[in-house]
Design a binder for this molecule. Sequence first.
Ligand SMILES: Nc1ncnc2c1ncn2[C@@H]1O[C@H](COP(=O)(O)OP(=O)(O)O)[C@@H](O)[C@H]1O
Ligand SMILES: [Mg+2]
Length: 237
Amino acid sequence: MSKTIPLFQKFPHEHLYGIGTKLNLRPCSPGSLPVRAEIVDRYGVGLQRRSQVVRLRIITDIDKSGFSPDSFVIAKFYDPLYVLEYERQNESVCLASEKAEKTAYEILRDFQGTDIPKFFGEYVWDRSISQYSSIKVILLEFVEGPSLSECYHYSKLTANELKELKTQVIDVICRIHQRNIYHRDINSSNILLRDGRPVIVDFGIASNPKDINQKNRDELTDELDIDSTFPSLESMQ
Ligand SMILES: Nc1ncnc2c1ncn2[C@@H]1O[C@H](COP(=O)(O)OP(=O)(O)O)[C@@H](O)[C@H]1O
Ligand SMILES: [Mg+2]
């Protein structure tokens, strides 16, 4: 069995994303305003660290950033330092990109706010360390509610609720496919439940028509492993 390496030892730059860190985000698109915010929570501290996901509290005035002061947003950082760390440790290649994520959110504009979070734009965090000092970050609406995997963990769902959710998720995925977007990473951590309705997150490895070649077209057909995403309640006991 492999030994668990403490996070700080594994990623020496972990402290850059510490709770309480204040950061200035520079917008990539001309019309947007800079944002000053503070890290209040971290998410997705899992094995597959393709990006850094944190919750931010906005600390600028509304007229300086466009966001209400003290409101929360999700920030997803695509930090090259983590990609390098993966390569150094010979771990799996990092496929996720902010470009894939941004493209998917733009194509799925009218799904935003209901089936997927609102996309607030692409920003840059200018960090004053090393040559990897400009980190791409996307800002998303903070979806309040547990993930499907948390619901499983705390046994929060009834068989009927699970059945209903499964139908809703299949419906959203089919509608997303009609726009030629293939999520490719549907699993219970990437499905959040807001007021009982599913919200799909994590389009970091999503494909769109421009980059679908024959090879990943074959992989796409299998994207929704419905049985592992929606195990029967009996199998969880
Ligand atoms: N918009 C959001 N609102 C609330 N929580 C989110 C949001 N986006 C992501 N998360 C949380 O952060 C976790 C990691 O985000 P995700 O985009 O899936 O990145 P990763 O590539 O690390 O899996 C998700 O499983 C979810 O719990
Ligand atoms: Mg995820």
